[in-house]
Design a protein around this ligand. Structure first.
Ligand SMILES: Cc1ncc(C[n+]2csc(CCOP(=O)(O)OP(=O)(O)O)c2C)c(N)n1
Ligand code: SF4
Ligand SMILES: [Mg+2]
Length: 351
């Protein structure tokens, strides 16, 4: 419960990262979610990824909307900046914050209701503009917080807890992100931390809009037979296209691999992701092929997971707008108000 304070004392033998922080230093308050909720496993994966990357907590801004998923930033990175926005409005708040201060690492956490219903327009523009952020949708196919109504990501024909079949077509967030131009698109499963942690690490290092759809079962309202977002269903239908090994810039690549089966992808900060192909012929650098693969395999009831698409040299919103390298909120009066002569010259250039 959030009103029970976590003990501040850490066991002295807990492993520390490069900065001298233990995993506990990346935790937040005690979760109030239902025991077994997939969202808590995603929080644990975020904590693990940030600890392994030795990210300074004060460099992170975590933002969310409304929903059980959007409550989770309270349960991780307790020493980072946080903003809990209005329902579905996280993307525009991140966009503004990122434009004002490009030096922070932006982590947006949302739900399928928050992003695929009320926030769909916001999601779309954030992806197409290439806001440099990690955008995680904790996808359970229902509005968990308001007691389990179907969300827009619920598959047609999947059954509610009371046995009623969903008659509407579903929105596929991964397909949308690909279509909208996101430069990093992945899908994970909250029940597979080994796959999810390296995906989150790679997304953090990606310089652009990185979208991760994480299927995250709601144990209270969508974990029964007939649901396509239950733990059992996802385990049975998971079609992992690749597996990632994340290697920091300082570590030498020691993994042995046969050429052709593993593809090294160099990221912005010099780190490397070794992309192990689990599926013959899957090319994570081909946007159209990824969309075709998804369409074919999803129509057979499979759930492709892994790093589905990554652009090698992505451009983010700051590159599109050609902004200065320094964070705009650091510019002083001299830079912002260069004087009447400069204004005159600028006005003349427009005449
Ligand atoms: C403007 C507005 N409309 C509706 C609601 C009611 N509401 C709260 S959370 C939610 C949906 C949450 O679903 P999702 O984003 O999937 O999160 P989950 O709880 O499933 O993690 C809704 C419709 C609200 N809070 N604000
Ligand atoms: S209602 Fe569902 S989504 Fe919300 S905390 Fe419980 S299990 Fe998680
Ligand atoms: Mg939901």
């Amino acid at each position: 419960m959030t009103y029970i304070a976590k003990p501040k004392l850490h066991h002295p033998t807990l492993p520390k990262n490069r900065l001298g922080y233990t995993r506990r230093d990346y935790e937040g308050k005690i979760s109030t979610l239902c025991a077994g909720c997939g969202h808590d496993s995603i929080s644990a994966a975020i904590i693990q990824a940030c600890w392994e990357l030795a990210i300074e907590p004060h460099r992170v801004a975590k933002l969310s909307g409304i929903g059980c998923s959007s409550k989770t930033p309270d349960y991780f990175l307790g020493n980072s900046h946080g903003f809990n926005s209005v329902h579905g409005r996280m993307p525009s708040v991140v966009t503004g914050a990122n434009l004002a201060n490009r030096e922070l690492l932006y982590l947006g956490v949302s739900g399928d209701g928050d992003s695929a219903s009320i926030g769909l327009g916001q999601f779309a523009h954030c992806m197409r503009r290439g806001v440099n952020m990690v955008y995680i949708v904790e996808n359970n196919g229902v509005y968990g917080l308001t007691k389990g109504q179907f969300s827009a990501t619920a598959d047609r024909g999947s059954k509610s807890k009371r046995g009623v079949a969903n008659t509407d077509a579903h929105i596929d967030m991964v397909m949308l992100a690909l279509q909208l131009g996101a430069t990093f698109v992945a899908r994970g499963f909250s029940g597979d931390k080994d796959q999810l942690v390296p995906i989150i690490k790679a997304a953090i290092e990606h310089q652009g809009a990185a979208f991760i759809d994480v299927i995250s079962p709601c144990v209270a309202f969508n974990n029964h037979q007939g649901s396509t977002k239950s733990y059992d269903y996802v385990r049975e239908h998971n079609d992992a296209v690749n597996f990632l090994d994340f290697i920091s810039p300082r570590a030498p690549i020691t993994t042995q691999y046969d050429p052709g089966t593993v593809q090294p992808v160099t990221l912005h900060d010099g780190s490397t992701v070794l992309l192990k192909k689990l599926h013959d012929g899957y090319d994570a650098h081909d946007r159209v092929a990824a969309m075709n693969y998804l369409a074919q395999h999803q129509s057979k009831g499979e759930i492709p997971t892994g790093l589905l698409y990554v652009e090698q040299d992505p451009e983010d919103l700051h590159a599109h707008l050609n902004t200065v390298d320094v964070a705009l909120n650091k510019l002083g009066e001299r830079e912002l108000c260069p004087g009447s002569a400069a204004l005159e010259k600028f006005n003349a250039s427009l005449r």
